[in-house]
Design a protein around this ligand. Sequence first.
Ligand code: C2E
Ligand code: CA
Ligand code: CA
Length: 742
Amino acid sequence: MEYAYAARARWKTIIYAVAAFLFLIVLSAIIIWNSTKLLQAVEDRTLNYLRDVAGESVQLVNDRIDGVLESLELISDGVERLEPEARRDFLLRKAEICNFTDLAVADETGKAQSLYNGTWEMGGLPIFAHVLKGENSVGIWGEHIVYAVPLSEEVPSARVLFGMKSIDKMRELVTNDCFNGQGSTGVLGQDGNYVVTPEPKPFFSMINETEYQETENWAVKLQENLLKGQAGSLVLHTDSGEDILLDYRPLSVDGWFLATLIPKDILSSEVDRYISHTFAITVLLVTLFLTLLIAIIGMQNRYRGRIEKISFYDPVTGGASNVYLQFQAQELIRKAPQARYVVASLNLRNFSLINEFEGRQQGDRLLRDVCAALSAEADGEGELVARGEADTFYLFLQGAEQPQIVERLERMVGKLANLSDTIGPLRANTGIYCMQPGEADLADAEACADAARKSVEKSYHNTCTFYSESIKNRQRDMATMLYQLEGALERRELQMYLQPKVRAENGTVAGAEALVRWEHPEKGFISPATFIPLCEENGLICQVDLLVFEQVCRCLSKWREAGVEPVPISVNVSRQHFRDPEFLTEYRQLLETWKVPPEWIELEITESIMFSSSEFQYVRDFIQTLHKIGFTCSLDDFGSGYSSLSLLKDLPIDCLKLDRQFIIGRFEEQSTRTVIEMIMNLARKLGIMTVAEGVELEEQVSFLREAGCDLIQGFYFSRPLPVEEFERYAFGRSLGAGGEAI
Ligand code: C2E
Ligand code: CA
Ligand code: CA
């Protein structure tokens, strides 16, 4: 059985999963977008940082160069004033003080006399020409930075003072530790080659050897800027995939640039790590959340599946339950609101007897067979069959034309006939409710179909009844009546009548049956046959029974006090009251209150009290309980259903009341008379007293007398009478206020 509801639930799960997946994607996109923005911001900050640091370094280097040139100028002063012989000592001292590796004085041809390295030829150096023009100058010479200042023009043998410092000193100066050893700073010449190579030199090869392609845009731009003496910065991509930021800015020395290189992710590497951590944590959390979600949905589905199985599946028939029918029918109506449907309520006749005679298992098997037979006749796609309570089945069928529906249902019920032969062919009563287009209240529709089915008196044949306006009116009348009945009970408008039971042999009164009467202020007399079933449906019957019982006690107590020989009165015990044995406590209290011996009261229980064999046991125990209290007990309406003679031998009853239908309806038939005779015989043999109800004719009295019936209750002798009239009938006089209000 595929449940549409389950399919819908599956769809829901898929939609949830897709939504969760989309959510994950959107979340990832947001994280990625956010990270990109963050990285961009960090890159900008890195560049600014680089510029700041490089700017400061340039300042520092320029200051240092200026300082060196200044000290060289001071030395030059001394040199000019000294005689050439005294110059050497002076220079030696100054070289040591000012940390020059060497000092040299050159003549106008460029021939220089150094302190430690003999004679140099400096005429070819570009700075030499510069200095001769009277400007300080700095240049590179071998492994040295050479600083030069002009000397007085008056002495041709000493025109330029050179001061040497090792390149390493300059390298130390330019190297800064702002970048945790990850940066590299050097001095770049105008041609793009390092004047002072950085130490360490991680990027040297990149610029100078492998990566430096002069045609590349950045290289062209770099060259242009270097030639113009302009500062700039750019991003370099290395083979290893690492990006490097380069900042270059001119130094005070002509054609020299301070070049600072740092890895682009020097600041962002940390951020990168946090971003990847955040990303990983988010993915982990979302995955966990999704897994949890899927687990919860899965669990929910499993539970739902189990609950569906319990509520949608009928364990007895193996088919659908009524809950399922209602659910699924609503789905069908939702899909095709204009389609026409009917709901049929089908009840098997005398099914309880099959349970009783064949056992419960056989009964269940029959229900299974019935369900299968009905389902086989239904259209699997758009029609439904389910078992309701006990032996009632509901059918949800397509169609609107009454004759066709009846024909179809008769055919369906016809198929059931052969499923059991325990009590003759299996028969059923069916009620049909035609749903209006778009109407979707299945519980209501089933209630209407039930009402239509129950509206027909029990009949031997299959019945098929449509819910009609009159049934609806009757239902409404019943509801009104119930409401009025409640009021009547409160106002004690109900009365107890007594119908004599007369000895068949001599016509003397041997007892009475208490029967309730309702004199409606407007409608007049309302038969208990009408309102008692209504009370039974609504639980009011317990109140009615109790009040009748109390009235009986009161009456018997009055008779005792009046000194007449009381006749026993029988009281009806309804099926519902019987289900709640607590009522016996109340009955006992009433007996005590009115000082009535229980033997004076007979309790009538009906044959229909037993639905199953398990209840049979319960009834037997119940009757024994009644006996223990002291009541006598009679089996009412015997033969109204499928009489089970076996009941007589197994139930410890004192009296048997032959159902009035035997007498009123079928007395004419010889077979009925034979059955009556047999029952009387059997009862006599079992020591059970017999009462015949509904006796109206002389010939019936004589037949029953002949058949050995003990007592006769019927209009032939007397109708049910108000108490006062009964007293006159039974005792020849009234014993006080009659027609006791209950
Ligand atoms: P029942 O217990 O089988 O009561 C006998 C019914 O047969 C009475 O109907 C009585 O008036 C009717 N009757 C007696 N003799 C004749 C006759 O010769 N011809 C015809 N045609 N009918 C006869 P009533 O009083 O209308 O009661 C109908 C049913 O209502 C009772 O059937 C009983 O099942 C129920 N009932 C009546 N009073 C009470 C009550 O106080 N408590 C309960 N639980 N049920 C009650
Ligand atoms: Ca009765
Ligand atoms: Ca009866």
